[in-house]
Design a protein around this ligand. Structure first.
Ligand SMILES: *[C@@H]1O[C@H](CO)[C@@H](O)[C@H](O)[C@H]1NC(C)=O
Ligand SMILES: *[C@@H]1O[C@H](CO)[C@@H](O)[C@H](O)[C@H]1NC(C)=O
Ligand SMILES: *[C@@H]1O[C@H](CO)[C@@H](O)[C@H](O)[C@H]1NC(C)=O
Length: 259
């Protein structure tokens, strides 16, 4: 039968008979290209003749003639053909768009298309035939006050859940229990889903006492000056009487001008 189909030039009456018998029986069978009477590894010309197909990685350059078989050419770079065929052009290789969260897991060859996969940290949003991904998106983050319930995979996005009672989460990854203030601390602010309890040292509440020593110091200074001034005035009153010939050292100092 192979001789009948592959060598048109030796298509004898017997062959023709065999072919039509074959067609009658098998035209609907999978062995035969649907709608034609050619065998599975053959393609049909418009005139109804059958030519042997080109192999994977190549396409037809010239159909077969009664004198010669099919002439095939290999696919050039950037194109591929992954099946036996009677086509004139190779298929263009797919590209894996980084902007769509994809990378080439397997480069294009003359016999197979590029195989794209999802970049780490992304998940597929457009899966074809349960294996090839056409587009992917970055895993979502959970909101503050939530935590990651299940981490994203190549196929699924992150799932989140709110923090359990008594805990909080700043980043939306893990929840931490609220801090319990110790005995010598006071709770300044209660915790909520997104922030921890705020504790403060109990002595922290006495901060207002800090200016007290300053005020006392200033008052002592003023008091001292007042006492000095009074003392000086008394000395001057005494000197208004019998004038002393010896000037005390104190007299040479200028009077405090503060008062
Ligand atoms: C695909 O080809 C590029 C360069 O053409 C190369 O950098 C890369 O490693 C190849 N990838 C695989 C999976 O072979
Ligand atoms: C969250 O918790 C997990 C498991 O308890 C841990 O492996 C991970 O490092 C934590 N992540 C952050 C950001 O704290
Ligand atoms: C939680 O507390 C923080 C700081 O006290 C505040 O800014 C925030 O609005 C609170 N959130 C909720 C949900 O109450």
């Amino acid at each position: 039968m192979a001789t009948c189909s592959r060598n048109l030039k030796v298509e004898t009456g017997v062959c023709r008979m065999r072919r039509s018998l074959f067609c009658a029986v098998l035209c609907v069978s999978v062995l035969v290209t649907p709608g034609t009477c050619c065998l599975s590894k053959e393609y049909e010309l418009p005139g109804g003749q059958c030519c042997p197909m080109c192999h994977e990685g190549s396409v037809v350059k010239r159909d077969c003639t009664p004198q010669s078989g099919t002439r095939c050419v290999p696919c050039v770079d950037g194109t591929y053909m992954d099946q036996p065929n009677g086509l004139n052009k190779c298929f263009p290789c797919s590209s894996c768009d980084q902007g769509r969260g994809l990378f080439a897991k397997q480069n294009c060859t003359s016999t197979s298309d590029t195989v794209c996969d999802v970049i780490a940290g992304h998940f597929c949003t457009d899966l074809i035939e349960d294996k090839e991904c056409r587009s992917a998106r970055k895993h979502s983050d959970c909101e503050p006050g939530h935590r990651v319930k299940e981490r994203g995979t190549r196929r699924t996005d992150t799932t989140c859940e709110p923090c359990p009672a008594g805990s909080f989460s700043l980043e939306g990854v893990n929840c931490s229990l609220w801090t319990t203030c110790s005995e010598n601390q006071v709770e300044v602010k209660g915790g909520n889903l997104t922030s921890d309890t705020v504790c403060e040292a109990a002595s922290g509440r006495l901060y207002w006492l800090i200016p007290v020593p300053v005020v006392v110091l200033v008052m002592v200074l003023i008091g001292t000056l007042v006492v000095l001034w009074i003392k000086r005035r008394n000395q001057e009153k005494q000197q208004q009487g019998p004038r002393s010939s010896v000037a005390s050292e104190e007299e040479l100092l200028p009077l405090p001008r503060l008062l």
